[in-house]
Ligand binder design. Structure first.
Ligand SMILES: [Zn+2]
Length: 209
């Protein structure tokens, strides 16, 4: 399994040796999959999935959290999954300060939400109003890292990648979907349908990417 992971990562890297290739990869985001997926190493099933991005060629790929830790020495996924697990058990608890920073970097929070959460992160006695805001922000993390929003991101990225080769295509609508998905953690049914129609109409498939 280790060998398979290494060769799959090298295939997607610029360098053709492992020592250099592994430094080309950065953590992008993580999500929890309800569907069973397989890791690049062949391990099945995996549920904690990290999306990593190659700094040199922009390639994006998904790897199980354990492999990301073990072979690429990237531990951002761990922190996120620990917070996801805690909030799934009790939505009134706090995400870690590191995950709060992650959400800020991903532009998922307004300035108000970020400042608010920083203030209350270690507080136990919140007013009902404060607790509502906190839980709403927690839910944003759960939505952003859900399988549902992720399959939408995958499909949005598929169209954007296709558009790189088809520059007559106006991507502004797709970018607006992406923004809205990042903000709300999901698309509306209408938006999902519109995205699906574009993919069907233009006959975009994964193989073209
Ligand atoms: Zn693996």
């Amino acid at each position: 399994m280790e060998y398979k992971l290494i060769s799959e990562i090298i295939d997607r890297s610029e360098s053709n040796n492992w020592t250099d290739a592994k430094f080309e990869w950065d953590f992008d985001y993580a999500y929890y999959s309800e569907e069973l997926e397989s890791c690049l190493c062949g391990h099945y099933p995996i549920k904690n999935i990290c999306v990593i991005k190659n700094k040199m060629n922009g390639t994006i790929t998904e790897v199980g959290n354990c492999c990301v830790n073990k072979f690429l020495n990237i531990d951002d996924g761990n922190k996120i999954f620990t917070s996801i697990k805690r909030l799934k058990e009790d939505i009134s608890k706090s995400m870690s300060a590191e995950v709060l920073e992650f959400m800020k970097d991903k532009k998922l929070l307004s300035d108000f939400e970020y400042g608010f959460y920083q203030d209350i992160i270690r507080k136990r006695n919140l007013s009902e109003k404060q607790l509502n805001i906190k839980e709403r922000i927690n839910q944003k993390l759960l939505d952003f890292t859900s399988y549902e929003s992720n399959s939408n991101f995958t499909r949005i990225n598929l169209v954007l990648k296709w558009a790189e080769q088809n520059d007559w295509f106006d991507t502004s609508f797709i970018h607006s979907l992406k923004k809205s998905c990042e903000k709300k953690g999901k698309l509306t049914t209408k938006q999902e349908e519109a995205l699906e129609n574009i993919i069907k109409k233009l006959k975009i498939s994964k193989e073209d990417g």
